[in-house]
Ligand binder design. Structure first.
Ligand code: GH3
Ligand code: MG
Ligand code: MG
Ligand code: MG
Ligand code: MG
Length: 303
């Protein structure tokens, strides 16, 4: 058991009694003590704990102020605070719980009840920690762009690396289309970011619709998308890109966006290339072509 607890109380005797109780149940491997809220806050910053037992009435920073201090910190606000006080007052209890305390125990405390409640909050804290870790892991492992549902850049780069090597090995074709929405900043500026997101979703949908099942459509950056077309020749990629260009140009929006018309520019690169290519300059070829499409008036495809 590697749990740690912070006990904040201005009475040495009370702190001793709490530690004595917790020790006999072997709940914690580390005990931190402080005799007021400020001291407790400092201790917390240097050593994170799993649960805090906190007195209300203390000199300088009292229990309520301490609660406010830690609930204002995103890195500390999930640590459960159990108020342990001699004041058995309904208003104070409600105030404490409202300000973010996880529980409220009055002194003199019943040792078994204290331990039982500490256990409950430790359990919740651990479940919360697990959930946070799982979420972080899922995000890390995720292949999906959350706004559009297309693949994300991370997945695209993995797939591109694989397809690129495969194509070099077999001498087959591989086409890469980079798509960038024209004057997208103006859409955001005129209609707001949320409406901008709707437009991004629509373009993502249009792109996806023109692809084959084994093509990969990804959100490459803010308003940039990439389509990776295994085995597609330049001619085939041009055909796809042109269809996407026309589909986007013909898009009708509803509601606030009903008078909006958008276009996209695209750049294409295709393997094999005359000279030896790397993944990086393969992308750069498509990017350069996109740049030319922008320079040549937008709403067009270059390669
Ligand atoms: P150009 O035709 O030259 O591409 O013009 P542009 O306005 O599209 O070019 P620029 O790259 O300057 O602007 C891209 C804009 O995309 C800027 C940024 O605010 C917006 N953007 C990036 N990511 C998102 C997003 O996730 N949602 C929304 N709504 N807008 C985004
Ligand atoms: Mg006190
Ligand atoms: Mg851009
Ligand atoms: Mg741009
Ligand atoms: Mg753009």
């Amino acid at each position: 058991m590697s749990n740690s607890v912070l006990i904040i109380d201005d009475s040495d005797t009370v702190r001793e009694r709490i530690i004595h109780t917790l020790e006999s149940y072997e709940l914690f491997s580390r005990y931190h003590e402080a005799d007021d809220g400020l001291e407790g806050f400092k201790k917390l910053l240097s050593s994170p704990v799993d649960v805090i037992l906190c007195d209300l009435e203390m000199p300088r920073i009292d229990g309520f102020k301490f609660l406010n201090m830690i609930k204002a910190r995103p890195d500390l606000q999930d640590v459960p605070v159990i108020i342990l006080t001699g004041m058995n007052d309904r208003e104070l209890k409600l105030k404490g719980l409202e300000q973010g305390a996880s529980d409220y125990i009055t002194k003199p405390f019943d040792p078994e009840e204290l331990v039982a409640r500490v256990k409950v909050h430790l359990k919740i804290k651990h479940l919360q920690d697990d959930l946070k870790r799982t979420n972080e892991l899922l995000l890390e492992l995720s292949n999906t762009d959350h706004l559009t549902g297309l693949f994300n850049r991370r997945y695209l780069m993995e797939a591109l690396e694989k397809e690129f090597q495969r194509s070099l090995r077999k001498g087959g074709n591989l086409s890469l289309i980079i798509l960038d929405i024209d004057h997208f900043k103006k859409v955001n500026d005129t209609y707001g970011h949320l409406q901008g997101d709707i437009v991004l979703n629509k373009v993502a949908l249009q792109l996806q619709k023109e692809l084959r099942s084994y093509d990969i459509a990804a959100r490459y950056g803010g308003e940039e998308f990439v389509a990776l077309l295994p085995d597609a020749t330049l001619k085939e990629a041009l055909f796809v890109a042109e269809r996407v260009r026309q589909a986007v140009q013909g898009t009708k929006f509803n509601g606030a966006l009903s008078s909006l018309a958008i276009t996209v520019s695209m750049g294409i690169a295709t393997l094999p290339t005359p000279e030896g290519a790397t993944v990086d300059n393969f992308i750069k070829m498509a990017d350069d072509a996109l740049y030319r499409a922008k320079a040549n008036g937008r709403n067009r495809v270059e390669y």
